[in-house]
Design a binder for this molecule. Structure first.
Ligand SMILES: CC(C)(COP(=O)(O)OP(=O)(O)OC[C@H]1O[C@@H](n2cnc3c(N)ncnc32)[C@H](O)[C@@H]1OP(=O)(O)O)[C@@H](O)C(=O)NCCC(=O)NCCS
Length: 176
């Protein structure tokens, strides 16, 4: 059996149309290991893509092909205007986890948001992992019944909004 590639052999690039089936498979396999997963993660990515609002990068290894993917999509918070994004879903092929691939995907997505002058990024996830990228528990924000510490924010501006987080309708329709 081939040894999984080290992080140096991984390149991060924007997704291509021929990555779609692999992204669906990896997302399904990775979230199958997660107790609280909704099972709708791959559907959310497809729905955002169909709506034309998905920003998606894949991690590609020389040997293993595409082994991970991260999604960004627009969100609105309270009465905020444009400029906020939600990170997720993000998934790494279980065989390639704990080798830094997920970290590189998150860092790439955040570098991109900074480069376009975005206001910031929110996510729902495990603070134990996301704190290392600068995400903070989001005070006074909520999404349905989720709030801090699971609802996290990485602001790129000083004044950031508070209130209800609204994902794009394409995200919400795939959750249903
Ligand atoms: C979360 C995920 C994308 C991380 O990818 P990865 O390539 O394994 O991450 P990295 O190798 O860059 O980082 C690994 C580190 O993150 C930690 N980590 C990974 N998932 C974690 C979690 N859910 N909670 C806390 N820590 C986590 C590991 O313990 C490891 O810590 P260490 O560096 O101190 O040893 C991957 O584990 C995955 O696909 N999980 C299933 C899907 C999922 O849970 N997605 C996120 C939903 S919010």
């Amino acid at each position: 059996m081939a040894t999984p590639a080290g992080v140096d052999e991984i390149c991060i690039r924007i997704e291509r149309p021929d990555d779609v089936a692999t992204i669906q498979r990896i997302t399904g396999q990775a979230f199958a290991q997660v107790a609280h997963a909704s099972g709708s993660e791959a559907r959310i990515i497809d729905s955002l893509r169909e709506a034309g609002v998905l920003l998606s990068w894949v991690a590609e290894s020389a040997e293993g092909g595409v082994v991970g993917q991260v999604s960004l999509s627009p969100v609105w918070i309270g009465d905020s205007s444009e400029g906020w994004f939600g990170l997720g879903p993000i998934a790494v092929d279980p065989q390639y986890q704990r080798r830094g691939v997920g970290s590189r995907l998150v860092e790439t997505a955040m570098s991109y948001l900074r480069s376009i002058g975005a206001c910031g990024c929110i996510l729902i996830g495990d603070p134990g992992w996301y704190r290392r990228f600068g995400f903070l528990p989001a005070p006074d924000m909520h999404f349905a019944e989720v709030s801090a510490p699971w609802l996290m924010v990485l602001p790129f501006v000083e004044d950031w909004p508070r209130g209800e987080v609204h994902y794009h309708p394409a995200f919400m329709s795939a959750l249903a």
